[in-house]
Design a protein around this ligand. Structure first.
Ligand SMILES: Cc1cc2nc3c(=O)[nH]c(=O)nc-3n(C[C@H](O)[C@H](O)[C@H](O)COP(=O)(O)OP(=O)(O)OC[C@H]3O[C@@H](n4cnc5c(N)ncnc54)[C@H](O)[C@@H]3O)c2cc1C
Length: 443
């Protein structure tokens, strides 16, 4: 017989969402147990956002160096994978979560290593310990790489994002299955370091949930950089001898599976609290409540698989657990950035989504190359703005610093700034964001 230990809150999964909610509740004086079976911090700091952006930064530096020839003289560029591998090791603290654990325990939280499982309402078991949570349980178990059922694939030593991030050597050639954000970012990184890269994407375009113009732009740029982009192409069969062979005709040293993510909900005991344990996502309300004394945050809620969504939701859930009134979750201005070069920043609705909602919309577009800054820079990219009822409801900024220019557009969509106001404001010359004015004025 194991005697349950009473605490205020148990958090299962200490990724960005779990860490935020557990840390803030512990700092507020509650007794909090955080349970983690890998590394505190989750996917983002060790195999996701942080190391991938360190790789992107390095690959961008190579690309910028190669632009010297056209703009400034000569530069000899010699890519060395070892440098980026060292940088990845540094930014992940060599896949060590000591600092993150300390961040949590310094606030008064208790970390338990292991796989947490709900055993009933407000009750969690991990190893030989059972915790009873007076206020409730937060589940924040995130995702793992999804691996598709493709004939032969499971018998091969394929990579997921985890092996691609950890690799100490650069493959001569690489097949990337999946042309979403993760696939595109990593494809361009390896290509810029010298790998021969083929991207295989089943949808008709890259980054397919985004505007079609974004996918078309990336395809054009990728092909100009020497990446073999195959859209509308389904991987039917994979085999491995001394190399990977997809559909009998694409051969490469390594194969990266980047077709999406699957939520870590299996074996979590959702059925013990009256929830369907076969569901892909946990249904939550606008306070992130998933049931009585149960909250869910992060990728598992299906509201957007981004660190900023996890942390945003975690803050709302924490206030709710503390009994504080605060803003409710609202995703109408959800920003997302694909950190390719050009960057694809987007917020709110795409044109297709706006039309599907039956909205009366007006579209504004402009080509960055026609703006002064874009012309000086030699930039490829565009802005696309979607107006409905006199407000922007969605926008895409694709180009150099596309994710930064997105900031202005995200404010406009979030705060429902009248488009009239956006037309009247002064935009600094010659900036990339001045293209917002050009789009709205049709100049
Ligand atoms: C290559 C890559 C690049 C990315 N780039 C970006 C980016 O640039 N910007 C961005 O916003 N997002 C990016 N993301 C997505 C981002 O990493 C995720 O959205 C974010 O990590 C989700 O946070 P989370 O809190 O939901 O869970 P996760 O980060 O998935 O963490 C969940 C944690 O729970 C643990 N866990 C699971 N089940 C249990 C259990 N039963 N018991 C105990 N512990 C458990 C897991 O081990 C994990 O540590 C990227 C992802 C990848 C893979």
């Amino acid at each position: 017989m194991i005697w349950p230990m009473d605490v205020d809150v148990v958090v299962i999964g200490m990724g960005p969402g779990g860490e935020e909610v557990a840390g803030s509740l512990a700092a507020a004086g509650l007794s909090v147990v955080g349970i983690e079976d890998r590394l505190v911090g989750g996917e983002c700091p060790y195999w996701g956002c942080i190391p991938s952006k360190a790789m992107v930064r390095a690959a961008d530096a190579l690309a910028e160096g190669r632009r010297v020839e056209n703009l400034a003289g000569t530069a000899e560029i010699t890519p060395e994978w070892q440098k980026v591998a060292e940088r990845v090791q540094e930014v992940t603290a060599d896949w060590n979560d000591e600092a993150a654990v300390k961040r949590f325990t310094d606030k008064g939280g208790r970390l338990v290593r292991g796989k947490g499982r709900l055993t009933g309402p407000k009750e969690v078991r991990v190893g030989d310990e059972v915790f009873r949570a007076r206020r409730g349980v937060v589940i924040a178990t995130g995702t793992a790489p999804a691996v598709p059922k493709i004939d032969g694939l499971s018998d091969t030593p394929y990579w997921t994002n985890r092996e691609a991030i950890e690799t100490k050597t650069r493959p001569e050639s690489l097949i990337v299955l999946g042309g979403g954000a993760i696939g595109c970012e990593l494809a361009q990184v390896f290509s810029r370091f010298g790998s021969r890269v083929t991207v295989v994407e089943a949808a008709e375009r890259l980054v397919s949930p985004e505007e079609p113009e974004s996918g078309a732009l990336l395809k054009k740029v990728f092909e100009a950089e020497g990446i073999d982009v195959r859209v509308g192409a389904k991987a039917e069969q994979v085999r491995y001898d001394d190399a990977f062979v997809v559909n009998d005709d694409i051969r490469a040293e390594k194969l990266l599976v980047a077709i999406g993510r699957r939520t870590n909900l299996q074996g979590l005991g959702l059925d013990t609290v009256g929830l369907d344990d076969q569901q892909r996502f946990v249904e939550v309300d606008d306070r992130l409540r998933a049931g009585d004394g149960l909250w869910a945050v992060g990728d598992i809620t299906g509201k957007g698989a981004f660190t900023h969504v996890s942390v945003y939701q975690a803050r709302i859930a924490a206030r709710d657990i503390l009994g504080e009134d605060g803003p409710r979750a609202d995703y109408h201005a959800l920003p997302r950035v694909t950190f390719t070069d050009p960057e694809i920043g987007a917020v709110g609705l795409t044109e297709k989504q706006a039309r599907e909602q039956g909205r009366d919309i007006k579209i504004y577009t402009t080509d960055l190359a026609n703006s002064s800054r874009g012309w000086l820079h030699g930039a490829e990219g565009f802005l696309k703005l979607i107006e409905s009822d006199g407000r922007l409801v969605g926008a895409t900024s694709a180009g150099p610093y596309g994710g930064e220019i997105l900031g202005a557009l995200a404010v406009a969509v979030h705060a429902e700034v009248p488009v009239r106001k956006l037309r009247e404001m002064i935009y600094a010359f010659p900036t990339f964001h001045r293209a917002i004015e050009a789009a709205l004025l049709g100049t």
